[in-house]
Design a protein around this ligand. Sequence first.
Ligand SMILES: *Cc1c(COP(=O)(O)O)cnc(C)c1O
Length: 414
Amino acid sequence: MNEPLNGITLESVQERDRRDPLAAFKQHFALPQGVLYLDGNSLGAQPVAATQAVEATLTQWREELIKGWNQGWFDAPERLGDLLAPVIGARAGEVCVTDNITLNIFKLLGYITSQAPDDRRAVLSEGGNFPTDGYIAQGFCQLRGCEHRFLPEGADLAEHLEGVAVVVLSQVNYRTGALRDMAATTQLVHAHGAEVVWDLAHSAGALPVELVKSGARFAVGCTYKYLNGGPGAPAFVFVHRNAQCGPWQPLSGWHGHSAPFAFDADYAPADAISRFRTGTHSALAYTALEASLALWQDVDLKALRDKSLAMTELFRTCLLDLFAEHGIEDITPQEGQRGSQVSLIDGQNGYATVQALIARGVIGDYREPGLMRFGFTPLYLSFEDVWHAARHFREVLESGEYRDPRFSVRGAVT
Ligand SMILES: *Cc1c(COP(=O)(O)O)cnc(C)c1O
């Protein structure tokens, strides 16, 4: 059962675990017995400390009632923003943890386009990006009377920036795992007189992100994927220090007001990152995320990247010989151009294969059309976990287990 996989022995991966500088983080996560979790790119695992943190907030609510808002609840969006900043290459005061990605994109589109010259009215979305980024841009354009365009997948960005005020790009593509060069792309977009909003959904917590060093001025991202903030954890918005003194953002709510408790009739935006807040947030959700961000303060992001690349490579190497035989196409990008996932296409049996793996406790996910996605999270996966996940994958393919009809039944969430 523990025969080498394509020459890679169990002992060799156990040795890698002994030398892993991030190995100690695993004990800070509560994972169910018997589960090999390769879906941290969709919903991160639970930090052990989150349980106690949420319970403490429940107690605070019970005992302190309304006073809790002055005991850390109200300023959580900025406090957590400052904790998150070093993980994404930003500085204190540049990140606000609030709302979700969809809403944060809407705010930035409004903020940016209202400062753009009259001959720049178009909003450009990336073809092949996570759909909500395009949907909200379309809704925004309908409301504001801007033109919406799609950048065709694989097209040369430089040729599509004429008349464009802002382009929304993912640093790591959610399907393929392809990584864009943030510095070069930002420079290119700025040189064409446009702005770029970076979506960090699949890069924040997956690899070192260098927002300020890359010259980025605007970014959004979520915290429930690689950052382990919990289901529906609040998202974040980054605005470079020098770009914060613009006009209103369009979702002008009382928490983004310069004096929320003055209860003035007229809106006046807060003068820093706080203007990107809208209304009342969930104190419980911020508590769970804060427990996770406490762990991130001690993560060496270079070690994170090294381990992520080593794990994706290990998984592929253990399986490579089976891909051609089973009609699976490996679309995982080359090392330097990869996020933290392995992406495999099998239009015929992809869905059933993922279900068969889940039945064995190996949790990945499936995205239409045909994509099997496996995310690798260096904080709570060991090399031994990756090896065993690959072993299960081989067994599922070699035995034809995925052909069992129960693996073809579709649920609402895939
Ligand atoms: C996960 C993801 C989202 C999710 O958006 P929400 O509004 O937070 O639900 C958006 N964009 C990308 C690229 C994603 O991967």
